[in-house]
Write a protein that binds this ligand. Structure first.
Ligand SMILES: Cc1cc2nc3c(=O)[nH]c(=O)nc-3n(C[C@H](O)[C@H](O)[C@H](O)COP(=O)(O)O)c2cc1C
Length: 262
């Protein structure tokens, strides 16, 4: 699928084909995409735990439920728990990885980079003080895990899967999966083949970019060029918003099919 079409087609999917297996190959593809996301100092913050729903007992599955994650858990065949591993954010790892990037020509002498520059200017003056604040390490790690999640989600769409990020009961998750204390949980991605229209009847509402982005100063909204908007519509990035009535009919049908409340 064309990249802009993938971006435009992504929706939070909440009705999955519960018994249609998700190929491990597709999960691997999503994880490889996550692993290609950019990262400061080439640091491996993101971690993921892939869990196949049917490998959990019914009691555990139920205990993962929270008010925003209900039937989704029963329907999605795969859960991917994403974390930010803050232990990797160590000055020694930054030093090692940045020097590797210098050697490989990803960071260049033309811009001032050298092994000495990594030691003295970057790790010595910037990275080490930053990493001494756990709050800073936390935001660095969670942002980077977010980048990885985003790539995985778009890849799911490209692979014909549906997905949705979710909160789950992390007390249960901690007890069951015993992830280390220095891993910050960053949402759980439910994955499966959509049982609903993968385009959910249209895109979910978004406020215009001119209300969100600015040009040169914060008094000047970023003005959309209508010709560009039309081009993006033709390329599938911007799509029609949901028709609520049509969608309601589909949701009723799905609820009946799965024996869920209407
Ligand atoms: C970080 C994050 C957490 C979310 N948690 C939940 C959740 O717990 N339950 C849920 O039904 N949807 C959850 N969502 C999905 C959003 O509600 C959804 O993105 C929103 O309705 C917009 O729809 P779209 O993703 O189709 O554009 C979450 C989305 C994000 C990005």
């Amino acid at each position: 699928m064309e990249f802009k079409q993938v971006l435009g087609n992504r929706r939070s999917i909440r009705y999955f084909e519960p018994d249609k297996p998700v190929e491990k190959e597709k999960i691997q593809t999503m994880l490889e995409a996550a692993n290609r996301a950019s990262r400061s100092g080439n640091i491996d913050y993101w971690k993921a735990l892939v869990v196949y729903r049917d490998d959990l007992d019914a009691e555990t599955l139920d205990a993962l439920r929270v008010p925003t994650t209900t039937a989704d858990l029963d329907l999605a065949p795969v859960q991917i728990y994403f974390f930010a591993d803050c232990s990797y954010a160590d000055p020694a790892n930054f030093r090692k990885n940045l020097k590797e990037l210098v050697t490989l020509g990803a960071l260049n002498p033309s811009h001032g980079w050298s092994d000495a520059y990594v030691d003295e200017n970057v790790v010595g003056q910037i990275i080490t003080p930053m990493l001494s604040d756990p709050a800073v390490v936390g935001w660095m790690g969670t942002i980077e895990t977010g980048l990885a999640i985003s790539s995985a989600m778009l890849t799911a769409v490209d692979e014909g899967l549906g997905c949705c990020l979710h909160a789950v009961n992390m007390e249960t998750a901690k007890q069951v999966f015993k992830y280390p204390d220095h891993w910050i949980p960053c949402w759980t991605l439910l994955v499966g083949y959509p049982a609903e229209d993968p385009l959910t009847g249209g895109q979910r509402p978004r406020r215009s970019i001119s209300s969100l982005a600015f040009m040169n100063n914060l008094d000047t909204p970023f003005e959309e060029d209508p010709a560009v908007t039309e081009k993006l519509k033709a390329q599938g990035l911007i799509q029609n918003e949901i028709d609520a009535d049509k969608r309601a009919a589909e949701v009723r049908q799905l609820a009946r099919r799965f024996g869920l409340p209407e």
